[in-house]
Design a protein around this ligand. Structure first.
Ligand code: BES
Ligand code: MN
Length: 449
């Protein structure tokens, strides 16, 4: 099986989950996945979520065999503008494959699926109980997953879950992600009048854009720390092992900025280094801000409303509901009382952390053996031992898997900073895809023994 062709087919379906007009792309992707898995002898079906159905597949399970739950998501972020080639036509250039989802996550879970192909076309009776979940709602916060996991709890039992939806340093240095940040998603709206008002009245009346930007500015201090009472109260400091792992990273601020295409670190007086702030500390970021007239030409108004979209990333031990309350409190005490402020919280999920003792010493935990095999096979395929690091992104589902199924996850990253996930010209390197596939083939084979 040619993995490039496989990915080209997979990427050709525009499975943008946040866009209801693209449901046909979602359906086509599911059909493609169901056919692929059935052809390998898996019993594959769709589970109705009322939105974008889950693809659930299993090989023939036998009592007494080891088991694994493989998770990935087939939905992608909206393609947006600024692509050098068509986002849904996989395009090869300089050893990289460009297309929406090429890395996040069709490439990532594609390495798993390709490995299943390699294994099951050779041996239909491969002795490992495998359950595959491919979700279609990850990029919108996995709203149906908690219910699904609860309902299918018994069917989904496994020694641990394995996921390839995170970052590594580069094509040679693979990371086993030990933590994902939680997330709080909110919208803030300020309303100052019933309707827009001619700006000839300007100077005499309150302007919601000015008030919103003042409020937004108040959310950080000059060192870049979040200036909201209680925000850092429960933050757990990183352990010595984690700090030592970070020191092994070939990290350099300028190289980092260049690799992600940014011009400058958050502030010159930063309280934490770039690497600490993205791996160990919580954030509050503005994702979008708008208000008033932004069309062509002149429209002299004082707008009646202004909006901001905000997300916070949370670290272990922080409670997302508590953080929501801190934000609500801060907004209500700071905003001018003559404005109507509305806050809507869209998503709240806590961080996930793989317990250190399970990684290092607790041989009784089911995941311990999995991690040792993963280490060995990463070293033999990529030439270097993996690093254990927490990551800055979020996959809310991983925490839900732990809370509902009591199961930990091995998170192996086959994406890297260069991949520009969520942005225009997303890509993955061919080498990463091929080695990812080889890794999973070996990993599953060893796991089954
Ligand atoms: N694959 C990413 C998450 C990720 C990326 C984790 C890099 C670690 C390193 C995933 O598809 C994603 O983008 N998740 C969203 C979740 C949100 C919509 C709730 C995120 O992190 O923004
Ligand atoms: Mn994503």
């Amino acid at each position: 099986m040619d993995i490039k062709q496989f990915l080209a087919d997979y990427v050709s379906f525009p499975s943008v989950s946040c866009n209801r007009t693209k449901v046909t792309g979602m359906e086509a992707t599911r059909k493609f996945l169901l056919e692929f898995l059935s052809q390998l002898g898996f019993q594959a079906r769709e589970v109705d979520t009322g939105l974008h159905n889950i693809v659930l597949a299993k090989n023939k399970h036998k009592k007494g065999q080891r088991s694994v739950l493989m998770y990935g998501h087939y939905d992608v972020q909206p393609e947006g503008d600024g692509w050098s080639s068509d986002p849904f036509t996989l395009t090869e250039k300089n050893g990289r494959l460009y297309g929406r989802g090429a890395s996040d996550n069709k490439g990532g879970n594609g390495t798993m699926l390709a490995a299943l192909y390699d294994i099951f076309t050779e041996n239909e009776k491969f002795p490992l109980n495998i359950t595959v979940i491919l979700e279609g709602e990850e990029e919108i916060g996995s709203p149906s997953m908690a219910t699904f996991l609860k309902e299918y709890r018994n069917e989904l039992q496994a020694d641990f879950a394995i996921v390839a939806d995170t970052w590594s340093i580069d094509d040679e240095n693979i990371v086993i992600t030990t933590g994902l940040r939680g997330i709080v998603v909110l919208e803030l709206k300020l309303k100052s009048a019933e309707h827009d008002i001619h700006s000839g009245y300007g100077g005499s009346i309150i302007n919601p854009i000015r008030e919103l930007t003042k409020l937004c500015t108040s959310f950080h201090d000059e060192r870049g720390k979040v200036n909201i009472p209680g925000f850092y109260d429960d933050v757990e400091v990183p352990s010595d092992f984690e700090l030592a792992q970070t020191r092994k990273l070939p990290f350099n601020d300028n190289k980092f900025l260049k690799s992600i295409g940014a011009k400058k670190l958050s502030t010159d007086k930063a309280a934490y280094s770039a690497i600490e702030s993205l791996r160990f500390y919580p954030t509050l970021e503005f994702n979008g801000i708008c208000g008033g007239y932004i069309g062509k030409g002149v429209k002299t108004i004082i707008p009646s409303e202004a909006f901001a979209k905000i997300t916070c990333r949370l670290v272990p031990n922080q409670d997302c509901e508590k953080i929501e309350n801190c934000i609500r409190e801060a907004v209500l005490t700071r905003v001018d009382k003559n404005l109507e402020a509305s806050l809507s919280f869209e998503k709240c999920s806590n961080a996930y952390n793989l317990p250190l003792n399970m990684i290092l010493s607790d041989q009784t935990s089911p995941i311990y053996r999995g991690l040792r095999i993963a280490e060995q096979e990463i070293e033999s395929v990529f030439g270097n031992k993996p690093l254990y690091l927490r990551d800055g992104g979020s996959i809310p589902l991983i925490r839900t898997v732990k809370d509902v199924l009591g199961m930990e996850s091995i998170l192996i990253g086959f994406s890297s900073a260069e991949d520009r996930i969520h942005a225009a010209d997303e890509s993955i390197s061919v080498r990463m895809l091929e080695r990812g596939r080889e890794f999973f083939r070996r990993f599953l084979t060893k796991l089954s023994q």
